[in-house]
Design a protein around this ligand. Structure first.
Ligand SMILES: *Cc1c(COP(=O)(O)O)cnc(C)c1O
Length: 380
């Protein structure tokens, strides 16, 4: 099956017990054993739940993995993946990973003895230079947040394989519609299901997908031991969202193209960051490894002091953190998602005070552009 059909029919698309074409929400916490000796598939819902299992098998199909695991948030999925490692192990981590991932690494996992080396994963020589005894894995995002920088997944996978390291990719921004890291050599993919997979800004969820059986077994053990599983209700809701991922992404991207064309000609905009622009240094690698370039756009205002005024004047586009929803969401990284990073470090990482991140929704593109346009024209 091709990808868009898999979205609808992949995994377990029909309830085994009734034939219902929408998998029911099985809320039961426990399952009756007819006899003490009965060996049942379902025992207790932390260890396994039919609704969650349907979502997990769908995600394994979509990312071309052996097995997938659903968690109560993207952060919980990443925590379970970090828990594969032990005190003294070292992980090379991308410099622009999600703020919550950076916090989890630095303020939680480090206390348990994990070590992290921060690297610009676009630069293969920096990745190579970070490899030393004790390095067990490389963890990265591509495209990154909010600069939308792209790293070469196949090239990094080759380095990881040659050096006996696991490669873990956070595929939240691209979604499996546009990028399949396991096919390019990664070992584990993680997602915040809260974003494009769910797609409707109405749930918080996380997914980890393993390429091979051995890692899948370890993740199953960790998911059950740590216990941060996704509820049956949210598993159902996430599955429902995933079914329209392809339909949504096509409109997200069509709208993004129109918004980019508008931003590029605007005198209020200094710079547009998008991996699909031919002028973007990431363009060739993005074209090689992504089916489409997504609908996340960052741009710098010509006058950076106008960032607050600009976002305050928007009427339809929501000023909010998060991304990947059907509604257009906009934010100012310097004071919102990346506000916890000290200003000098933030500026050194090219996240200026006038940088705006836009998650282009699936409204009519004319309305998105009209809203941006009125906000620019009404600037004080
Ligand atoms: C949101 C996000 C996360 C964290 O996911 P939660 O569901 O909010 O816990 C991780 N990685 C990326 C790239 C994200 O955008």
């Amino acid at each position: 099956m091709k990808f868009n059909s898999k979205l609808i029919h992949g995994g377990i698309s029909e309830d085994e017990a009734t034939g219902a074409v929408s998998i029911p929400v099985y809320r039961a916490s426990t399952y009756h054993k007819p006899f003490l000796s009965s060996n049942l598939k379902w025992e207790y819902s932390r260890s396994g739940n039919p609704t969650r299992a349907a979502l997990e098998s769908l995600m394994a199909d979509l990312e071309n993995g052996t097995a997938a695991f659903a968690f109560s948030s993207g952060s919980a999925a990443i925590h379970a993946v970090f828990s594969l490692f032990s005190a003294g192990d070292e992980i090379i981590i991308g410099k622009d990973v999600y703020g919550g991932t950076f916090r989890l690494a630095n303020q939680v996992m480090k206390r348990f003895g994990l070590k992290f080396t921060v690297v610009d994963t676009r630069k293969l020589d920096e990745v190579l230079a970070a490899i030393k005894p004790g390095v067990k894995a490389i963890y990265l995002e591509t495209p990154t947040n909010p600069l939308l920088e792209v790293s070469d997944l196949a090239a990094i996978a080759k380095i990881a394989q040659e050096n006996n390291m696991l490669m873990i990719v956070d595929n939240t921004f691209a979604s499996p519609y546009n990028q399949k890291p396991l096919e390019l050599g990664a070992d584990i993919v993680v997602h915040s299901g809260t974003k494009y997979l769910g797609g409707h800004s109405d749930l918080v969820a996380g997914i980890a997908v393993a390429k091979d059986e051995k890692i899948a077994e370890k993740l199953a053990f960790l998911q059950n031991s740590i216990g941060s599983v996704l509820s049956p209700d949210d598993s159902w809701l996430l599955m429902r969202g995933i079914k329209t991922l392809g339909a949504r992404m096509r409109i997200h991207e069509e709208n993004a193209q129109a918004v980019i064309a508008y931003l590029l000609q605007s005198k209020y905009v200094k710079k547009v960051l998008y991996p699909g622009l031919k002028t973007n240094p990431s363009f060739e690698i993005a074209k090689k490894q992504m089916k489409g370039f997504g609908a996340m756009i960052s741009f710098e205002l010509a006058d950076e002091y106008q960032a607050a005024d600009f976002v305050n004047k928007l009427r339809m586009i929501s000023l909010a953190e998060s991304l990947g929803g059907i509604e257009s969401l906009i934010e100012v990284p310097a004071v919102m998602t990346h506000g916890a990073i000290p200003r000098e470090i933030r500026l050194k990482n090219s996240i200026s005070d006038g940088l705006i991140r836009l998650s282009v929704g699936i409204e009519d593109k004319e309305d998105i552009i009209a809203d941006l346009d009125q906000a620019f024209k009404n600037l004080d």
